[in-house]
Design a protein around this ligand. Structure first.
Ligand code: MRU
Length: 394
């Protein structure tokens, strides 16, 4: 299998569009094309035809893929204001820890770009105020506050009173956060791909895929690299992930489009599938990794970890350093988002629970560190004892 992927120029936008991490310039593309077989070209065309981007910042405009419409429709939505970005994060139009952080960084730009007339001190205060507002859009994924902190620090650390210059610096920082995420995910993939062997069954929960990040995803990065670049054949089982079905709507959709052998199961089938020996490895994402290695991730993850322990299946968490929160000592200290009743009382638009029923709808749970075999990060796989080994991110 050819390990090369390429980019296209999209109407009205200067940047080249990378596919799966490698960007080639048009001239190089021509040279490359001459060396490709028809099968390779067909594969590339397929990738291009299926390619979507979660977040785009182009010509000072923020465009988000509306993930609530997937897998039925691929719809992008231009964000006109910071309020709209707050709403897009809160309603999961853009979701997944890294993507939330990236969207917030760009969202902050929308909140301050028409305030350049303010005196410098007021402009900086406004940046802090708008960042504080955006950070209330969702509580659990640490990438949100992490990215906003980076933005406010980069503005505050400048030795200038020129608000335009400060704004330009903010733009550069947001783009940097976005670009860095591409590299982090790719490195996670490179370190994690060694875990995937021919014929294996890999189970994942929720969506820690390209839709949740800038490109390769975190939990899916080892899968994409093993499949695309190493030609390894393996199967993926995707939990549908009640109540909002990120596994069904998003992960199975993106893996299928990438040509990976993917099977969708409901959450309560995972034990059965494991008991039949169909799963050799679990990889999930993370919204926050505490200093002791406890992992907050989509509700249901802890159940998968307990099952994996029972069936002696290695359970890995993919997490870039942007999701590691050493300031939070243990999982118990992580705020778990509680969402609306209707996500539980309804299946899609149809009511499935009685009117007036009491509902508990935590969006995340915390997997105790004892159940985590290893944490896939951009610098390699981190093993217990996490309290010590995670200090590398200090
Ligand atoms: O509620 P969501 O869809 O934002 O939850 C997403 C997850 O739990 C992901 O697994 C996590 O954010 C990691 S994304 C790389």
């Amino acid at each position: 299998m050819v390990a090369v992927v390429f980019c296209i120029r999209v109407a009205k936008q200067p940047p080249l569009l990378p596919v799966r991490g490698i960007v080639l310039m048009p001239k190089a593309l021509a040279v490359l094309a001459a060396r490709l077989s028809m099968a390779d070209i067909r594969r590339f065309v397929l990738i291009l035809a299926h390619m979507v981007r979660t977040i785009r910042w182009e010509n000072d405009e923020l465009i988000l893929l509306d993930q609530t419409q997937l897998p039925v429709e691929v719809v992008e939505e231009k964000q006109e204001s910071i309020k709209q970005v707050w709403h897009s994060i809160n309603t999961l139009k853009v979701r997944g820890a890294p993507a939330i952080g990236i969207a917030a960084a760009y969202g902050l730009l929308l909140g301050v770009r028409d305030k350049l007339e303010l005196p410098c001190r007021d402009f900086l205060a406004e940046i802090d105020r708008q960042a504080a507002y955006l950070s209330t859009s969702r509580p659990t994924a640490v990438n949100l506050s992490w990215a906003l902190k980076r933005m406010t620090s980069s503005a505050g650390g400048l030795d200038t009173k020129d608000t335009r210059q400060i704004y330009n610096c903010l733009v550069a920082e947001a783009v940097r956060i976005h670009e860095e995420d591409r590299r982090l995910c790719r490195s996670i993939g490179e370190h994690g791909a060694v875990l995937i062997k021919k014929g294996m069954g890999v189970l994942t929960h929720c969506n820690a895929g390209s839709l949740a990040t800038s490109e390769l995803g975190t939990a899916t990065a080892p899968m994409y690299l093993a499949h695309d670049e190493q030609g390894i054949e393996f199967r993926v089982y995707v939990d549908e992930t009640r109540p909002l079905l990120q596994g069904a709507r998003l992960t199975s959709w993106e893996l299928q489009r990438a040509g990976i052998d993917v099977t969708l199961i409901t959450d309560n089938m995972a034990a059965y599938v494991m008991s039949k020996g169909l799963v050799d490895l679990v990889i999930v994402g993370a919204d926050r990794v505490a200093a002791n290695g406890d992992v907050a991730n989509k509700i249901g993850t802890m159940g998968v970890a307990i099952l994996a322990k029972h069936f002696k299946i290695p359970f890995y968490v993919a997490s870039p350093s942007s999701t590691v929160d050493l300031a939070t000592k243990k999982g118990e200290d992580i705020e778990i988002e509680e969402r609306g009743d209707e996500e539980v009382t309804h299946f899609g638009l149809r009511r499935t629970g009685p009117e007036g029923i009491k509902v508990h709808n935590p969006a995340f749970d915390v997997t105790p560190h004892e159940l985590v075999t290893g944490i896939l990060t951009e610098i390699g796989i981190i093993y217990p004892t996490y309290k010590k080994t995670l200090k590398v991110f200090k």
